[in-house]
Design a protein around this ligand. Structure first.
Ligand code: UGY
Ligand code: MN
Length: 246
């Protein structure tokens, strides 16, 4: 018998692990016929917002980006996304980057469609423009060996230039693959596990992690991961980049 007083979720000052067993839904104005789970938010000390949205038939997300840019990744199902009049049908693995100052509409095509959202307040860099809207497909982006290790592959979903102050990457680890060293860095992360399982070390604590779990890592949260099991472990993650460390 399962004991309802137990969970794998933890929320600490430097990191959080959010497993689906603790979800409580939020209502977001303009987002209708859907369940919204706010996985990471500034209320826990983060500087990004990460949501998981599950859309029912007729589900819609409408709104406009003001100070925060928005990145949408389709985990499963299908939807149509229109940004300032430009629309595309998106299925699993496709994504859209919506810069500040745009109106958007996402319409569910398949009941049960799941969408991951990252929101970050945009920090404009003097002398540089604001990025354009980007529609993309992770399947068309190559996975390059990470620091020379072919067991670890990194797909970089957004362009590598200074107009962007955030990165979104997909990291794939073959079983037994692991980060080559304990990372200790100023950049913050928000993650969602898309496939597989493994063990994450966060500030010298060890957590079993699997598909569906989310992790927040504050700046300087020490981090290391190894993949376990029979299939590759895959996670998509956010990172703030390219700005002065003020
Ligand atoms: O980009 C990164 O910092 C990445 N290697 N971190 C991580 O996967 N925890
Ligand atoms: Mn890192």
């Amino acid at each position: 018998m399962e004991i309802s007083a137990l969970t794998r979720s933890v929320v600490k000052r430097s990191h959080a692990v959010i497993s689906p067993d603790g979800y409580v839904n939020s209502v977001v104005p303009g987002w209708t016929n859907c369940t919204v789970n706010v996985l990471i938010n500034e209320q826990m000390g983060a500087r990004l917002c990460q949501n998981l949205v599950t859309l029912q038939s007729g589900g819609r997300l409408t709104g406009s980006t003001r100070e925060s840019q928005l990145f949408l990744y389709i985990i499963s199902g299908g939807c149509k996304v229109t940004v300032s009049g430009e629309g595309e049908e998106l299925t699993a693995g496709r994504f859209v980057y919506i810069p500040v100052g745009k109106t958007y509409r996402l319409e569910c095509r398949t009941a049960g469609t799941q969408v991951l959202t990252f929101h970050k307040v945009y920090e404009k860099l003097e002398g540089y423009g604001i990025p354009s809207v980007i529609f993309g497909d992770a399947a068309e982006i190559s996975g390059d060996p990470f620091l020379g290790d072919p067991a670890l592959r990194l797909q970089v979903l957004l362009p590598d230039n200074l107009t962007f102050d955030m990165a979104v990457n997909i990291f794939t680890y073959d079983p037994g693959g692991h980060l080559p060293f304990v990372e200790t860095h100023i950049m913050e992360h928000g993650l969602l596990y898309l496939q597989g399982q493994g063990v994450y070390m966060l500030d010298q604590e060890w957590y079993p992690i699997k598909k569906g779990d989310a992790i927040w890592m504050a700046p300087y949260c020490q981090q290391w991961f190894t993949a376990m099991g029979k299939e590759p472990a895959v996670y998509i993650y956010y990172k703030n980049i390219n700005r002065f460390p003020t």
